[in-house]
Design a protein around this ligand. Structure first.
Ligand SMILES: [Zn+2]
Length: 724
């Protein structure tokens, strides 16, 4: 047996123990140590450090809730999140009346994005109370038996799917609405996205094969989970990596992110699956089934996907055995589950037990501990990304884990290494918490080699040897050298990726060779390559050189939004690149960037940019290196301006928009005008044929007047667009 010391996922700066210590300082008469804190006199104020920590935790948790529920892009693991929340709840229990600048964190996270209509649930969607030990499950059973006044209880046990909860409303057997959990009371109406999946029948079947009729309520909210299989997760991630997009962290994020897409057509391209297992509203109430086995049969007969082998168990011991079986089979399932659900099977018993304010009293969720394995840390390698971020990667003694050989694990940053006091040669514990790449969660100190030394994070860049620095408040080390070979290589790889300029033949090896041997220092250098130079690079023969040159040449005609994406600007992924390209329609617009307009244009991209993302973007666009690259790419003719089309009410017009227009975002007006045949530019020149002036127009208006360019307003534009 290993004597692991499980470290907390994140070292709290302020713990309940230090709260107690502080308390003893404030109130010297009480010296209780480790026991419960002494009762506080009314109006007693918490020490400032406690207030500060609670405020900090509330902010931090709200931020992670936002990332997790709204954006489906979590930054930390579930375990890290749970640790933050547990610390907050402990402190709040000790200081119940505390008021901080940050509002209290609601018990149920809110997944509403603001981009979908809101749907109010008939019966609230609450989460289940969680148990992790047999004692806790037995305590649940005791409460149930006491409340019902008898010992023989039947439990229904099924796996707990790890996806996104959904409520499907059927009225008179017809599918009318799909909604997310939201805040439990109201969720996002994702009906169109669920329809796009093609897995929910429009009409519930009312008879089974042998002709027997199946009961059907007038109205029912069927509760279930939308989830992705490991296979689909790997398929989509492989595609995303090729396209230069960030892969999904785990299948649950894939499912949650997909159901929040705003294009049902994109949803339809992904295989998200559904399992149904419960109900919310049910009309008429006396039409409900007698027990969960009966309901399971109805669901299947209606044509809805159900849990394959749920089990009806007599008593808690049988239920526990079923939970263990689900745990044992977990590694072989083609989709992720994170626990098992134990429910009181009889509906009339459940009615007696009822609900607390946050959860039903007739069910609990057994949460499995994430799978773990032990191995040895052979070394720590470093990767330099295109932003200069230096990421440590743990190199492990290969170990069989969950059906795969694991040799590497992510380490995030220097803080993580220091917190774990990770040393080369250590025996480490790796955990897969729904993520495909495992993380190191603990060190077996007993097995530490005697001569091991604390790991020192390098002060110099492993690629260029330049100094590394940390930005205040961020845990990541950066190489600030824009000519750092690994940074340059990653930047060019991104520029050439299929979602950007789509230059074929520029894999990592070739790019590294071009940087090393052909003097390529930036994306624009690609357009200066000739056959002679390429033939001097190792691994490139005549055919490769010719193909590469042709592909580079062809990329000059790439659409503007691809160029914008290829620039790799901070915070600008493929989706935001589209709205940035509409907000700044050419190189001039990017060089002459107007922060307010840019942000207004980007907002319609819907990703809800934070102030820091906007700040980083504007800072990047203001850098002399960025400006230089933009000018050079412009001069090299990379990224053709939108072609004028020969048809449409604005055919052949070269239009500039100045000021803001009512009713349209900038992206919308650009798209409308382009669809109407116009070419849209940022600046009035001799080429301009029409200026659209909105409120608070800029200097383009004066230039247009000086050049005699016709000027119209939004109403006139609308009139012209509506022609034909
Ligand atoms: Zn470097």
């Amino acid at each position: 047996m290993f004597a692991f010391r499980f470290l907390p996922r994140r070292l709290p700066r302020f713990t309940p123990l230090t709260a107690l210590l502080l308390l003893t300082v404030v109130l010297p008469a009480t010296t209780a140590f480790g026991g419960s804190p002494p009762p506080l006199p009314a109006g007693h104020e918490a020490p400032p450090a406690v207030v500060e920590r609670i405020d900090e935790l509330r902010r931090e948790i709200a931020r992670h809730d936002d990332l997790y529920f709204r954006l489906a892009e979590p930054e930390i693991t579930d375990a890290e999140y749970d640790a933050l929340k547990a610390e907050l709840r402990r402190l709040e229990a000790e200081w119940p009346d505390i008021v901080t600048d940050a509002p209290p964190v609601p018990e149920i996270g809110d997944d509403r994005t603001g981009f979908f209509p809101t749907h109010r649930h008939i019966a609230p969607m609450l989460s289940l109370d969680k148990v992790t030990t047999e004692e806790e499950l037995e305590a649940f059973d005791r409460r149930v038996r006491q409340a019902l006044g008898r010992d023989a209880i039947n439990y229904w046990v099924e796996p707990k799917f790890d996806g996104i909860a959904v409520s499907l409303t059927f009225e008179n057997g017809r599918f009318t609405r799909a909604a997310t959990r939201g805040n439990g009371e109201e969720g996002d109406d994702i009906t169109a996205n669920v329809r796009a999946l093609g897995i929910v029948p429009e009409v519930l079947r009312r008879a089974v094969a042998d002709g027997r009729a199946v009961p059907g309520p007038d109205l029912i909210e069927i509760r279930g989970e939308l989830f992705a299989s490991y296979e689909e997760f790997e398929r989509l991630n492989a595609a995303r990596v090729t396209e230069g997009e960030r892969p999904f962290a785990n299948p649950r994020n894939l499912a949650a992110g997909t159901m929040k897409l705003r294009e049902p057509a994109e949803v339809a391209e992904r295989r998200i699956e559904l399992v149904c297992f419960g109900w919310g509203g049910f009309v008429p109430e006396d039409g409900r089934p007698a027990d969960l086995r009966g309901f399971h049969e109805w669901l299947a007969a209606w044509g809805l996907p159900v849990v394959e082998e749920p089990e009806m168990m007599r008593g808690i011991e049988e239920a526990m055995a079923a939970v263990r079986r689900i745990g044992d089979e977990r590694g072989e399932l083609p989709f992720p589950i994170d626990g098992a659900v134990v429910k009181v099977a009889a509906v009339e018993d459940a009615d007696v037990l009822g609900w607390s304010t946050t959860a039903p009293r007739w069910a609990v969720a057994w949460k499995f501990a994430p799978p773990r394995a032990a191995t040895r840390l052979r070394g720590i390698a470093f990767q330099v990304g295109r932003t200069g971020a230096v990421t440590p990667v743990a190199e492990l003694e290969p170990v069989e884990f969950e059906g795969a050989t694991v040799e590497r694990s992510s380490l995030h940053n220097a803080d993580e290494i220091a917190r774990l006091d990770l040393r080369i040669g250590d025996t480490v514990l790796v955990e897969k918490a729904g993520d495909i790449i495992p993380v190191i969660v603990g060190v077996d100190r007993a097995q530490r080699p005697e001569d091991s030394e604390p790991f020192a994070f390098p002060a110099l860049c492993p690629s260029c040897g330049g100094p590394l620095h940390r930005q205040p408040g961020r845990a990541v080390h950066f190489c600030g050298n824009r000519e750092c070979p690994e940074r340059v290589a990653r930047t060019i790889e991104h520029f050439a990726s299929s979602a950007a300029l789509n230059i074929r033949g520029l894999g990592p090896r070739t790019v590294e060779a071009l940087v090393r041997e052909a003097g390529v220092r930036s994306a624009v250098d690609l357009y200066r390559l000739d056959a002679e130079t390429l033939l001097g690079v190792s691994g490139i023969g005549e055919r490769t050189a010719a193909n590469l040159l042709a592909s580079i040449e062809a990329s000059r005609g790439a659409r503007w939004e691809r160029v914008v994406y290829g620039l790799g600007l901070p915070g600008i992924g493929a989706r935001r690149a589209r709205s940035l390209a509409a907000a700044a329609v050419d190189y001039e617009a990017l060089l002459d960037v107007d922060a307010e307009r840019l942000v207004a244009g980007l907002d319609d991209g819907g990703a809800g940019l934070s102030a820091s993302v906007v700040g980083d973007l504007l800072a990047e666009l203001a850098l002399p290196e960025t400006r230089q690259l933009l000018k050079e790419l412009r001069d090299a003719g990379v990224g053709s301006a939108p072609e004028l089309s020969g048809t449409g009410p604005l055919a052949g017009e070269v239009v500039v928009v100045t000021g803001s227009l009512p009713d349209w975002t900038r992206a919308e007006v650009v798209a409308l005008m382009e669809a109407a045949g116009a070419g849209v530019r940022s600046r009035v020149t001799g080429e301009t044929t029409l200026l659209v002036a909105g409120e608070r127009p800029g200097s383009n208006l004066e230039r247009a007047r000086a050049l005699g360019v016709p000027v119209i307003d939004a109403a006139e534009l609308r009139r012209r667009l509506e022609e034909n």
